[in-house]
Design a protein around this ligand. Structure first.
Ligand code: ATP
Ligand code: MG
Length: 662
């Protein structure tokens, strides 16, 4: 024992492999009965009626699951509903004057905007009327190319109101990416904005949108939101319409929400494109909305009275499901922040949690590792005691980052839910229920009740506990994607060919394959190891990049690590480690040796890194995922591939230069 209580605490946390949900949390949790797993199992698929019951239906459904044409599963067939009605209208009586969205702009000298449910309802109606004025009809795909401004969720809900599916393209994506997606979806309408703020600078956005439109094969009516005011005057073309004009022309207009079939498309979302060609994932109205609403309630523990904050971008599926549709369907207050966590200072998020008394925070491991790197003094300077639950999504979280989050943000009082899911799954799939299961840092947890998730070998047989295998989902679920837009064939080949009997009409013969590797422990807890293609082959041994990364990030002084395979004449592949140090630590020789020794100890000499490259940053996509493909190119000394979806393209050259120094 040392004299420093903080050191003891760190040591105690370090040794703890499992944490019980805090008692005061369990007492108030939306779900706290462990029997839920058995009940759902005994009652499948009718167990999902409860999720559908969280919504208001215009027409009740006839059938929970129609599995007559696998893998084209359909949910809640015969039912009709409208997503904007569920997110807005039905809350007006009781919560009309409560905040639906608390929007915080990046500039600190600018007024934040609160939209009550009544105000949000009003503007959604006015803009829905404006969209109709432009000619938008049910089933027309409307593309939204916008940063984190309130008009983005308003536009989504306006589209949903009139039955027009939206397709949101990340504002950070290139003009080319916009054009590809608009052409693929044959989208004749675009909603964008003049620009936005990033780390204090006003960035132009409309010019980029116009560049993209130059590559679109058909005419497009474009709506432009004025975010920057006088800071940027964009040129106005003949097909451009000011958002403010459309809304003003429809002041006070109400638009009857269009009843949609449960299986009608709610939106299209192109996956982030970390791997290959973008895929137009189709989500429908009844199943998707039920899924995100139920998981928001059961996993994020959302109550109407909460001030819930998901810090993701709405241009990513997490923002669709867990900033907009799930939280608003539950009538809660959803926080939306425009900027980056380090502007103007590295405590911006904690200042917001403090000022708004946020009750939940849902963020990504990459952000948590950045907070760790910056140091615990930033959260310590604020009162975070309003927080009741913490969540992560997007990547595996290593135990050290998990524990840092648990301790320095949650004060050991908040459960942490590590949620595994994908654009394709619509919502969460593998995670603990925070009021039920114990938490094991580094492991997402068991599949949610009613799901059949297995870890299998190449033949589809369950692997032994603790051994790496492939994650599969062996039964359909309401939030699942229905197809890839206009490409049923690719839908089947991409997700259903690996483990299914594709000639069979029996739904039990169809297995969904998300292309992630994972392992499972004796309690059925699943640790996701990362993408299947993130596996190295060193002298015939298969090594998961994530396991090596996790060992490296466990070394004091290391904030973040990315491991890739570089070509090696003898071994086939060799381990290349790119490492970011924590603030206050020098990237020196002793640290390098410590990293190499730690990997050898944790995994074995076979995993010994060939090179450890210290770098100030890693190439990442907008959703915070490391672009390992680029790091591989660097390791192999090859020309760099496409960097158009990168958040920080310059960094690639810097890293390449430091590899050259080695
Ligand atoms: P693309 O499919 O175009 O390559 P993407 O897979 O990065 O893009 P998303 O759907 O946003 O797009 O990400 C889902 C993937 O993120 C999962 O398949 C998994 O690899 C990873 N992931 C998400 N959450 C977790 C988690 N909690 N633990 C481990 N991995 C996670
Ligand atoms: Mg994916």
């Amino acid at each position: 024992m040392s004299d420093d209580p903080d050191v003891d605490l760190e040591a105690r946390l370090e040794e703890t492999a499992a944490f019980q949900p805090p008692e005061q949390f369990v007492e108030q949790a939306n779900v706290s009965d462990p029997d839920i797993y058995e009940e759902f199992e005994a009652n499948w698929p009718a167990c999902w009626e409860g999720a559908a019951d969280l919504l208001d239906w215009d027409e009740p459904y006839d059938q929970v699951l129609d599995d007559s044409n696998p893998p084209f599963f359909e949910w809640f067939t015969g039912g009709q509903l409208n997503a904007s009605y569920n997110a807005l209208d039905r809350h007006l009586d009781e919560r009309g004057d409560e905040a639906a969205i608390e929007w915080i702009g990046e500039p600190t000298d600018e007024a934040n905007r609160t939209y009550t449910y009544a105000e949000l309802h009003r503007e959604v109606n006015e803009f829905a009327a404006g969209l109709r004025d432009l000619g938008v009809e049910a089933d027309d795909v409307v593309t939204l190319y916008m940063p984190m401004v309130p008009e983005l969720p308003i536009a989504m809900l306006a589209c949903a109101r009139i039955g027009a599916p939206h397709s949101v393209v990340f504002a950070g994506f290139s003009a080319d990416a916009l054009a590809t997606r608009m052409n693929a979806a044959d989208s004749e309408y675009l909603i964008t904005c003049d620009g936005y703020y990033r780390r204090g600078d006003a960035l132009e956005h409309k010019a980029k949108a116009d560049d993209g439109l130059a590559g679109v094969e058909h005419d497009v009516e474009t709506v432009v939101v004025d975010r920057l005011g006088d800071a940027y005057d964009h040129p106005t073309g003949e097909h451009d319409h000011a958002y403010a004009d459309l809304v003003a022309a429809n002041e006070g207009t109400t638009v009857e929400p269009v009843s949609r079939d449960a299986e009608d498309m709610l939106f299209l979302m192109y996956t982030s494109g970390t791997t290959g060609e973008p895929k137009g994932v189709k989500h429908t109205t009844g199943g998707y909305l039920s899924w995100v609403t139920w998981t928001s309630q059961a996993v994020l523990d959302i109550e109407p009275e909460d001030t819930y904050w998901c810090s993701a971008d709405i241009g990513w599926i997490t923002g669709h499901s867990y900033i907009v549709y799930g939280p608003l369907s539950l009538g809660t207050t959803s926080v939306m922040y425009e900027g980056t966590p380090d502007f103007p200072e590295k405590d911006r998020l904690w200042e917001i949690v403090d000022a708004y008394d946020c009750t939940q925070l849902y963020t990504a491991p990459t952000a948590i590792r950045a907070f760790m790197k910056w140091g615990s003094e930033y959260p310590a300077a604020h009162d975070l005691s309003s927080l009741r639950l913490l969540g992560t999504v997007g990547e595996p979280i290593n135990p050290r980052a998990w524990k840092w989050y648990y301790k320095h943000i949650g004060d050991e009082d908040c459960p942490v839910v590590d949620t595994w899911w994908q654009t394709e799954t619509g919502g969460m799939m593998v995670t603990t229920l925070p009021g039920v299961g114990e938490m094991k840092p580094g492991s997402a947890g068991p599949p949610l009740p009613g799901l059949d998730v297995r870890i299998v070998d190449v033949n589809g047989d369950p692997v032994e506990e603790g051994r790496a295998g492939y994650l599969t989902v062996n039964r359909p679920w309401p939030g699942m994607l229905r197809t890839l837009y206009d490409n049923d064939e690719r839908f089947v080949s991409e997700y259903w060919s690996e483990y299914s009997d594709t000639d069979s009409d029996d739904p039990d013969d169809w297995v969904y394959f998300p292309e992630d590797g994972a392992k499972i422990d004796e309690d059925g807890y699943i640790t996701v190891l990362g993408r299947v293609d993130d596996v190295l082959n060193v002298s015939g041994h298969r090594l998961g990049t994530m396991e090596i990364e996790s060992a490296i990030v466990g070394v004091p002084g290391v904030a973040e690590a990315a491991v890739v395979g570089g070509h090696h004449d003898v071994k086939g592949e060799a381990v290349y480690a790119y490492v970011i140090t924590e603030d206050g630590y020098d990237p020196d020789e002793p640290l390098r040796e410590n990293i190499i020794d730690t990997v050898e100890d944790a995994i074995g000499p076979i995993a010994r890194p060939e090179a450890v490259v210290f770098t100030p940053e890693l190439p990442k996509t907008r959703s915070g995922k490391i672009m390992r493909r680029l790091l591989e190119d660097i390791a192999n000394g090859e020309a760099l591939g496409d960097t158009s979806t990168l958040r920080n393209p310059d960094i690639v050259d810097d890293i390449a230069a430091s590899v050259g120094d080695d």
